[in-house]
Design a protein around this ligand. Structure first.
Ligand SMILES: *Cc1c(COP(=O)(O)O)cnc(C)c1O
Length: 429
Protein backbone atom coordinates (compact mmCIF):
# COMPACT_ATOMS: atom_id res chain seq x y z
CA UNK A 1 0.00 0.00 0.00
CA UNK A 2 1.11 3.57 -0.82
CA UNK A 3 2.21 5.42 2.35
CA UNK A 4 -0.42 8.13 1.78
CA UNK A 5 -3.15 5.47 1.82
CA UNK A 6 -1.71 3.86 4.95
CA UNK A 7 -1.59 7.21 6.75
CA UNK A 8 -5.12 8.06 5.61
CA UNK A 9 -6.41 4.77 7.07
CA UNK A 10 -4.54 5.37 10.32
CA UNK A 11 -5.81 8.97 10.48
CA UNK A 12 -9.42 7.89 9.98
CA UNK A 13 -9.24 5.76 13.14
CA UNK A 14 -8.46 8.75 15.36
CA UNK A 15 -9.54 11.90 13.47
CA UNK A 16 -13.06 12.27 12.00
CA UNK A 17 -12.70 11.61 8.27
CA UNK A 18 -8.94 11.53 8.77
CA UNK A 19 -8.57 15.31 8.44
CA UNK A 20 -8.75 18.44 10.58
CA UNK A 21 -10.55 20.51 7.95
CA UNK A 22 -13.05 18.85 5.58
CA UNK A 23 -11.78 19.97 2.14
CA UNK A 24 -8.45 18.20 2.76
CA UNK A 25 -10.22 14.83 2.54
CA UNK A 26 -10.57 15.01 -1.30
CA UNK A 27 -14.28 14.20 -0.97
CA UNK A 28 -15.26 16.40 -3.93
CA UNK A 29 -12.76 14.79 -6.30
CA UNK A 30 -12.41 11.31 -4.78
CA UNK A 31 -9.15 9.46 -4.14
CA UNK A 32 -6.60 9.60 -1.34
CA UNK A 33 -5.37 12.91 0.06
CA UNK A 34 -1.59 13.38 -0.02
CA UNK A 35 0.04 13.54 3.40
CA UNK A 36 2.66 16.26 3.16
CA UNK A 37 6.00 15.72 4.84
CA UNK A 38 7.76 18.96 3.88
CA UNK A 39 7.66 21.95 1.56
CA UNK A 40 10.15 24.40 0.10
CA UNK A 41 9.58 27.30 -2.28
CA UNK A 42 6.86 26.35 -4.79
CA UNK A 43 7.05 22.64 -3.96
CA UNK A 44 5.62 20.15 -1.49
CA UNK A 45 6.66 16.53 -0.99
CA UNK A 46 4.22 13.82 0.08
CA UNK A 47 4.72 10.80 2.31
CA UNK A 48 6.02 8.82 -0.68
CA UNK A 49 8.64 11.48 -1.39
CA UNK A 50 6.82 12.61 -4.57
CA UNK A 51 7.21 16.29 -5.44
CA UNK A 52 4.30 18.58 -6.36
CA UNK A 53 4.14 22.13 -7.66
CA UNK A 54 1.86 23.66 -5.04
CA UNK A 55 -1.03 25.87 -6.23
CA UNK A 56 -2.83 25.81 -2.87
CA UNK A 57 -0.18 27.47 -0.70
CA UNK A 58 -1.96 26.37 2.49
CA UNK A 59 -5.14 27.92 0.97
CA UNK A 60 -3.53 31.30 0.53
CA UNK A 61 -1.04 32.21 3.27
CA UNK A 62 2.16 31.06 1.55
CA UNK A 63 2.48 34.03 -0.80
CA UNK A 64 6.28 33.96 -0.58
CA UNK A 65 6.41 30.22 -1.16
CA UNK A 66 7.34 27.77 1.57
CA UNK A 67 10.27 28.28 3.93
CA UNK A 68 11.23 31.80 2.91
CA UNK A 69 14.60 32.41 4.63
CA UNK A 70 13.73 35.82 6.16
CA UNK A 71 10.47 34.45 7.56
CA UNK A 72 12.13 31.31 8.91
CA UNK A 73 14.75 33.42 10.64
CA UNK A 74 12.12 35.70 12.21
CA UNK A 75 10.15 32.71 13.49
CA UNK A 76 13.26 31.01 14.87
CA UNK A 77 14.27 34.16 16.76
CA UNK A 78 10.78 34.74 18.13
CA UNK A 79 10.43 31.12 19.27
CA UNK A 80 13.72 31.38 21.16
CA UNK A 81 12.27 34.30 23.14
CA UNK A 82 9.13 32.41 24.21
CA UNK A 83 5.95 30.99 22.69
CA UNK A 84 3.21 32.92 24.46
CA UNK A 85 2.98 35.45 27.28
CA UNK A 86 -0.70 36.42 27.60
CA UNK A 87 0.53 40.01 27.85
CA UNK A 88 1.05 42.72 25.23
CA UNK A 89 4.19 42.72 23.05
CA UNK A 90 5.81 45.30 20.79
CA UNK A 91 5.47 43.06 17.75
CA UNK A 92 1.65 43.26 17.95
CA UNK A 93 1.92 47.03 17.53
CA UNK A 94 4.29 46.59 14.60
CA UNK A 95 1.94 44.15 12.85
CA UNK A 96 -1.07 46.44 13.45
CA UNK A 97 0.98 49.34 12.03
CA UNK A 98 2.04 47.26 9.03
CA UNK A 99 -1.59 46.43 8.18
CA UNK A 100 -2.84 49.99 8.74
CA UNK A 101 -0.02 51.41 6.59
CA UNK A 102 -1.36 49.54 3.54
CA UNK A 103 -5.12 49.72 4.13
CA UNK A 104 -6.39 53.31 4.47
CA UNK A 105 -9.90 52.28 5.63
CA UNK A 106 -8.38 50.65 8.72
CA UNK A 107 -7.26 52.87 11.60
CA UNK A 108 -7.24 50.20 14.29
CA UNK A 109 -7.07 46.41 14.26
CA UNK A 110 -7.62 43.63 16.77
CA UNK A 111 -5.52 40.51 16.24
CA UNK A 112 -7.05 37.04 16.63
CA UNK A 113 -6.03 33.50 15.68
CA UNK A 114 -8.23 32.41 12.76
CA UNK A 115 -10.32 33.83 9.94
CA UNK A 116 -13.41 32.30 11.49
CA UNK A 117 -12.74 34.10 14.75
CA UNK A 118 -12.09 37.39 12.95
CA UNK A 119 -15.27 37.13 10.84
CA UNK A 120 -17.41 36.18 13.81
CA UNK A 121 -16.02 39.08 15.84
CA UNK A 122 -16.48 41.55 12.97
CA UNK A 123 -20.12 40.50 12.77
CA UNK A 124 -20.64 41.05 16.51
CA UNK A 125 -18.91 44.41 16.25
CA UNK A 126 -21.16 45.48 13.35
CA UNK A 127 -24.25 44.46 15.30
CA UNK A 128 -23.02 46.13 18.48
CA UNK A 129 -22.05 49.34 16.71
CA UNK A 130 -25.37 49.68 14.85
CA UNK A 131 -27.66 48.25 17.49
CA UNK A 132 -29.25 46.11 14.74
CA UNK A 133 -29.55 42.32 14.40
CA UNK A 134 -30.08 41.54 10.72
CA UNK A 135 -27.24 40.83 8.34
CA UNK A 136 -26.86 40.15 4.63
CA UNK A 137 -24.45 37.66 3.15
CA UNK A 138 -24.14 36.17 -0.35
CA UNK A 139 -24.51 32.58 -1.48
CA UNK A 140 -21.12 31.02 -2.16
CA UNK A 141 -19.18 33.42 0.06
CA UNK A 142 -17.50 31.73 3.01
CA UNK A 143 -16.78 33.71 6.14
CA UNK A 144 -15.68 30.92 8.47
CA UNK A 145 -17.81 28.46 10.42
CA UNK A 146 -19.56 30.74 12.93
CA UNK A 147 -23.20 29.70 13.48
CA UNK A 148 -24.86 32.82 12.02
CA UNK A 149 -22.88 32.47 8.77
CA UNK A 150 -23.53 28.80 7.99
CA UNK A 151 -26.72 29.55 6.16
CA UNK A 152 -28.38 29.19 2.79
CA UNK A 153 -31.13 31.24 1.24
CA UNK A 154 -34.71 30.75 2.38
CA UNK A 155 -37.54 30.69 -0.13
CA UNK A 156 -37.87 34.21 -1.42
CA UNK A 157 -36.67 37.48 0.03
CA UNK A 158 -39.19 37.66 2.84
CA UNK A 159 -37.79 34.62 4.59
CA UNK A 160 -34.40 34.58 6.21
CA UNK A 161 -31.92 31.73 5.95
CA UNK A 162 -31.78 28.02 6.74
CA UNK A 163 -28.75 26.47 8.48
CA UNK A 164 -26.32 24.58 6.20
CA UNK A 165 -24.90 22.59 9.12
CA UNK A 166 -26.50 20.33 11.69
CA UNK A 167 -26.13 21.78 15.15
CA UNK A 168 -27.04 25.32 14.09
CA UNK A 169 -30.45 26.20 15.51
CA UNK A 170 -32.74 27.86 12.91
CA UNK A 171 -33.24 30.60 15.50
CA UNK A 172 -29.56 31.55 15.25
CA UNK A 173 -29.70 32.16 11.49
CA UNK A 174 -33.11 33.80 11.40
CA UNK A 175 -31.42 37.20 11.18
CA UNK A 176 -29.20 36.24 8.24
CA UNK A 177 -30.50 37.15 4.78
CA UNK A 178 -28.72 35.30 1.96
CA UNK A 179 -28.66 36.94 -1.47
CA UNK A 180 -27.27 36.03 -4.89
CA UNK A 181 -23.80 37.43 -5.62
CA UNK A 182 -23.81 40.15 -8.30
CA UNK A 183 -27.64 40.32 -8.36
CA UNK A 184 -28.26 44.06 -8.18
CA UNK A 185 -32.10 44.09 -8.43
CA UNK A 186 -32.29 41.58 -5.56
CA UNK A 187 -29.97 43.72 -3.45
CA UNK A 188 -32.10 46.82 -4.12
CA UNK A 189 -35.22 44.92 -3.17
CA UNK A 190 -33.69 43.61 0.06
CA UNK A 191 -32.64 47.10 1.16
CA UNK A 192 -35.98 48.59 0.20
CA UNK A 193 -37.75 46.00 2.37
CA UNK A 194 -35.35 45.66 5.32
CA UNK A 195 -32.77 48.47 5.03
CA UNK A 196 -33.37 50.09 8.40
CA UNK A 197 -32.87 46.76 10.21
CA UNK A 198 -29.63 45.70 8.51
CA UNK A 199 -26.53 45.86 10.72
CA UNK A 200 -24.12 44.93 7.98
CA UNK A 201 -23.50 43.34 4.61
CA UNK A 202 -20.65 40.87 4.64
CA UNK A 203 -18.98 40.07 1.34
CA UNK A 204 -15.92 38.46 -0.19
CA UNK A 205 -15.11 41.27 -2.65
CA UNK A 206 -13.35 38.83 -4.96
CA UNK A 207 -14.92 35.55 -3.93
CA UNK A 208 -12.45 32.69 -3.56
CA UNK A 209 -14.72 30.11 -2.00
CA UNK A 210 -16.79 29.65 -5.17
CA UNK A 211 -13.66 29.28 -7.31
CA UNK A 212 -12.89 32.88 -8.42
CA UNK A 213 -15.74 35.32 -8.93
CA UNK A 214 -15.36 39.10 -8.81
CA UNK A 215 -18.07 41.37 -7.52
CA UNK A 216 -18.93 43.48 -10.56
CA UNK A 217 -18.02 47.14 -10.22
CA UNK A 218 -21.59 48.57 -10.56
CA UNK A 219 -22.75 46.00 -8.00
CA UNK A 220 -20.04 47.02 -5.53
CA UNK A 221 -20.65 50.71 -6.12
CA UNK A 222 -24.38 50.38 -5.46
CA UNK A 223 -23.76 48.11 -2.44
CA UNK A 224 -21.63 50.85 -0.90
CA UNK A 225 -24.30 53.48 -1.60
CA UNK A 226 -27.10 51.36 -0.16
CA UNK A 227 -25.15 50.60 3.03
CA UNK A 228 -24.38 54.28 3.57
CA UNK A 229 -27.93 55.35 2.78
CA UNK A 230 -29.46 52.84 5.24
CA UNK A 231 -26.86 53.09 8.00
CA UNK A 232 -25.61 49.53 7.49
CA UNK A 233 -21.90 48.73 7.72
CA UNK A 234 -20.08 47.23 4.75
CA UNK A 235 -17.85 44.39 5.96
CA UNK A 236 -15.15 43.24 3.54
CA UNK A 237 -14.02 39.71 4.26
CA UNK A 238 -10.47 39.95 2.95
CA UNK A 239 -9.23 36.83 4.76
CA UNK A 240 -8.31 35.44 1.35
CA UNK A 241 -7.85 38.60 -0.73
CA UNK A 242 -6.00 40.75 1.83
CA UNK A 243 -2.31 41.17 0.84
CA UNK A 244 -3.01 38.50 -1.82
CA UNK A 245 -4.70 40.26 -4.75
CA UNK A 246 -2.83 43.52 -4.08
CA UNK A 247 -0.84 45.13 -1.27
CA UNK A 248 -3.94 47.08 -0.23
CA UNK A 249 -6.26 44.08 -0.66
CA UNK A 250 -9.34 43.87 -2.88
CA UNK A 251 -10.55 47.18 -1.48
CA UNK A 252 -7.63 48.93 -3.18
CA UNK A 253 -8.69 47.34 -6.48
CA UNK A 254 -12.25 48.69 -6.10
CA UNK A 255 -10.99 52.06 -4.80
CA UNK A 256 -9.17 52.48 -8.12
CA UNK A 257 -12.44 51.92 -10.00
CA UNK A 258 -14.99 53.61 -7.70
CA UNK A 259 -14.39 57.15 -6.47
CA UNK A 260 -13.86 57.35 -2.71
CA UNK A 261 -14.63 53.69 -2.16
CA UNK A 262 -13.91 52.06 1.21
CA UNK A 263 -15.53 49.37 3.38
CA UNK A 264 -16.38 50.08 7.04
CA UNK A 265 -14.88 46.94 8.56
CA UNK A 266 -12.21 44.66 7.06
CA UNK A 267 -11.38 41.10 8.01
CA UNK A 268 -7.93 39.63 7.38
CA UNK A 269 -6.27 36.23 7.84
CA UNK A 270 -4.19 33.85 5.75
CA UNK A 271 -1.35 36.04 4.29
CA UNK A 272 -1.08 38.30 7.37
CA UNK A 273 -0.03 35.25 9.38
CA UNK A 274 2.37 33.96 6.73
CA UNK A 275 1.27 30.38 7.54
CA UNK A 276 0.84 30.75 11.31
CA UNK A 277 -2.57 30.94 13.05
CA UNK A 278 -3.21 34.66 12.90
CA UNK A 279 -6.06 36.85 11.66
CA UNK A 280 -7.41 40.34 12.33
CA UNK A 281 -10.36 42.64 11.92
CA UNK A 282 -10.25 46.40 11.76
CA UNK A 283 -11.96 49.62 10.82
CA UNK A 284 -12.22 53.24 11.82
CA UNK A 285 -11.17 54.25 15.35
CA UNK A 286 -14.80 55.12 15.99
CA UNK A 287 -16.14 51.64 15.14
CA UNK A 288 -13.25 49.80 16.80
CA UNK A 289 -13.73 51.73 20.06
CA UNK A 290 -16.95 49.75 20.53
CA UNK A 291 -14.77 46.74 21.43
CA UNK A 292 -13.88 45.68 24.97
CA UNK A 293 -12.06 46.99 26.99
CA UNK A 294 -13.15 50.39 25.58
CA UNK A 295 -16.71 49.57 24.60
CA UNK A 296 -19.58 47.15 25.16
CA UNK A 297 -18.77 44.56 22.44
CA UNK A 298 -16.96 41.63 24.06
CA UNK A 299 -14.12 39.84 22.32
CA UNK A 300 -11.00 38.14 23.70
CA UNK A 301 -8.37 35.46 23.02
CA UNK A 302 -5.70 33.69 25.10
CA UNK A 303 -3.39 33.26 22.10
CA UNK A 304 -4.38 36.47 20.26
CA UNK A 305 -1.35 38.32 18.92
CA UNK A 306 0.84 35.30 19.64
CA UNK A 307 4.52 36.34 19.55
CA UNK A 308 5.68 33.61 17.14
CA UNK A 309 2.69 34.10 14.80
CA UNK A 310 3.14 37.89 14.75
CA UNK A 311 6.84 37.44 13.91
CA UNK A 312 5.88 35.21 10.98
CA UNK A 313 3.21 37.62 9.74
CA UNK A 314 5.38 40.67 10.13
CA UNK A 315 8.30 39.12 8.24
CA UNK A 316 5.88 38.11 5.46
CA UNK A 317 4.33 41.58 5.18
CA UNK A 318 7.83 43.11 5.05
CA UNK A 319 8.62 41.03 1.95
CA UNK A 320 5.36 41.72 0.08
CA UNK A 321 5.70 45.47 0.68
CA UNK A 322 8.91 45.56 -1.40
CA UNK A 323 8.49 47.54 -4.65
CA UNK A 324 7.29 45.54 -7.63
CA UNK A 325 6.29 42.46 -5.61
CA UNK A 326 2.66 42.37 -6.79
CA UNK A 327 3.50 43.36 -10.38
CA UNK A 328 5.75 40.32 -10.69
CA UNK A 329 3.30 38.03 -8.89
CA UNK A 330 0.36 39.22 -11.02
CA UNK A 331 2.29 38.71 -14.25
CA UNK A 332 3.29 35.16 -13.24
CA UNK A 333 -0.29 34.32 -12.25
CA UNK A 334 -1.69 35.78 -15.48
CA UNK A 335 0.77 33.71 -17.51
CA UNK A 336 -0.57 30.57 -15.83
CA UNK A 337 -4.22 31.43 -16.51
CA UNK A 338 -3.75 32.59 -20.10
CA UNK A 339 -1.55 29.53 -20.68
CA UNK A 340 -4.32 27.25 -19.40
CA UNK A 341 -6.83 28.95 -21.69
CA UNK A 342 -4.46 28.51 -24.65
CA UNK A 343 -3.77 24.85 -23.91
CA UNK A 344 -7.51 24.16 -23.56
CA UNK A 345 -8.27 25.96 -26.80
CA UNK A 346 -5.73 23.78 -28.59
CA UNK A 347 -7.37 20.70 -27.06
CA UNK A 348 -10.84 21.94 -28.04
CA UNK A 349 -12.01 22.09 -24.40
CA UNK A 350 -14.05 25.08 -23.18
CA UNK A 351 -12.08 26.71 -20.34
CA UNK A 352 -12.02 30.29 -19.01
CA UNK A 353 -9.98 31.76 -16.19
CA UNK A 354 -9.38 34.96 -14.28
CA UNK A 355 -6.87 36.24 -11.75
CA UNK A 356 -5.97 39.20 -9.57
CA UNK A 357 -2.54 39.43 -7.97
CA UNK A 358 -1.55 35.95 -6.81
CA UNK A 359 -5.09 34.49 -6.76
CA UNK A 360 -6.70 32.74 -9.73
CA UNK A 361 -9.53 30.54 -10.89
CA UNK A 362 -10.47 28.56 -13.98
CA UNK A 363 -13.72 26.98 -15.10
CA UNK A 364 -14.66 24.30 -17.58
CA UNK A 365 -17.17 26.65 -19.15
CA UNK A 366 -17.19 29.16 -22.00
CA UNK A 367 -17.95 32.24 -19.88
CA UNK A 368 -16.86 33.39 -16.42
CA UNK A 369 -19.61 32.57 -13.88
CA UNK A 370 -21.01 35.51 -11.90
CA UNK A 371 -22.54 33.64 -8.97
CA UNK A 372 -22.47 30.39 -7.01
CA UNK A 373 -25.26 28.62 -8.91
CA UNK A 374 -23.46 29.08 -12.22
CA UNK A 375 -20.11 27.99 -10.73
CA UNK A 376 -21.65 24.78 -9.45
CA UNK A 377 -23.24 24.09 -12.86
CA UNK A 378 -19.82 23.99 -14.59
CA UNK A 379 -18.45 20.61 -15.70
CA UNK A 380 -17.69 18.77 -12.44
CA UNK A 381 -16.74 15.45 -14.06
CA UNK A 382 -14.27 17.18 -16.36
CA UNK A 383 -12.77 19.09 -13.42
CA UNK A 384 -12.31 15.96 -11.32
CA UNK A 385 -10.64 14.11 -14.20
CA UNK A 386 -8.37 17.09 -14.83
CA UNK A 387 -7.52 17.40 -11.12
CA UNK A 388 -6.35 13.77 -10.87
CA UNK A 389 -4.49 13.86 -14.19
CA UNK A 390 -2.62 16.94 -12.94
CA UNK A 391 -1.96 15.43 -9.50
CA UNK A 392 -0.50 12.32 -11.12
CA UNK A 393 1.90 14.60 -13.00
CA UNK A 394 2.99 16.39 -9.82
CA UNK A 395 0.71 19.44 -10.03
CA UNK A 396 -1.21 20.10 -6.82
CA UNK A 397 -4.41 22.05 -7.55
CA UNK A 398 -7.24 22.72 -5.09
CA UNK A 399 -9.27 19.49 -4.79
CA UNK A 400 -12.69 21.00 -5.60
CA UNK A 401 -14.06 23.06 -8.48
CA UNK A 402 -15.35 25.71 -6.06
CA UNK A 403 -11.93 26.64 -4.66
CA UNK A 404 -9.58 29.36 -5.90
CA UNK A 405 -5.90 28.72 -6.63
CA UNK A 406 -2.78 30.56 -5.54
CA UNK A 407 0.57 31.36 -7.10
CA UNK A 408 3.50 32.40 -4.91
CA UNK A 409 6.57 34.52 -5.53
CA UNK A 410 8.55 31.26 -5.55
CA UNK A 411 6.80 29.91 -8.67
CA UNK A 412 9.25 30.20 -11.56
CA UNK A 413 8.68 30.51 -15.30
CA UNK A 414 9.79 26.87 -15.52
CA UNK A 415 7.18 25.83 -12.92
CA UNK A 416 4.44 27.49 -14.99
CA UNK A 417 5.76 25.86 -18.18
CA UNK A 418 5.83 22.44 -16.52
CA UNK A 419 2.27 23.01 -15.29
CA UNK A 420 1.04 23.95 -18.76
CA UNK A 421 2.73 20.93 -20.33
CA UNK A 422 0.99 18.73 -17.74
CA UNK A 423 -2.32 20.46 -18.52
CA UNK A 424 -1.90 19.74 -22.25
CA UNK A 425 -1.50 16.04 -21.43
CA UNK A 426 -4.35 16.09 -18.89
CA UNK A 427 -6.76 17.69 -21.38
CA UNK A 428 -6.04 15.07 -24.05
CA UNK A 429 -7.89 12.36 -22.08
C1 LIG B 1 -10.32 30.97 4.84
C2 LIG B 1 -11.42 31.97 4.94
C3 LIG B 1 -12.09 32.23 6.15
C4 LIG B 1 -11.88 31.40 7.38
O1 LIG B 1 -10.59 31.48 7.87
P1 LIG B 1 -10.06 30.29 8.84
O2 LIG B 1 -8.70 30.77 9.24
O3 LIG B 1 -10.06 29.04 8.01
O4 LIG B 1 -10.99 30.20 9.98
C5 LIG B 1 -13.00 33.27 6.19
N1 LIG B 1 -13.26 34.00 5.10
C6 LIG B 1 -12.65 33.78 3.92
C7 LIG B 1 -12.97 34.65 2.74
C8 LIG B 1 -11.73 32.75 3.79
O5 LIG B 1 -11.18 32.50 2.60
Amino acid sequence: MDRNEALFQRAQAVIPGGVNSPVRAFKAVGGTPRFISRAQGAYMWDAEGRRYIDYIGSWGPMILGHGHPAVQEAVRKAAADGFSFGAPTEREIELAEAIIAQVPSVQQVRLVSSGTEAGMSALRLARGATGRDKIIKFEGCYHGHADALLVKAGSGLATFGHPTSAGVPPDVVKHTLVLTYNDLPQLEEAFAAQGSDIACVMIEPVAGNMNFVRAQVPFMKRLRELCTQHGALLVFDEVMTGFRVALGGAQSVYARLIDGFAPDISVFGKVIGGGMPLAAFGGSRDVMSQLAPLGPVYQAGTLSGNPVATACGLATLKEVAKPGFYDALSARTRSLVSGLEQVAKTAGVPLVGDSEGGMFGFFFASELPQNYGVVMATDQKRFNRFFHAMLNQGIYLAPALYEAGFVSAAHSVQDIEQTLAAAATALRD
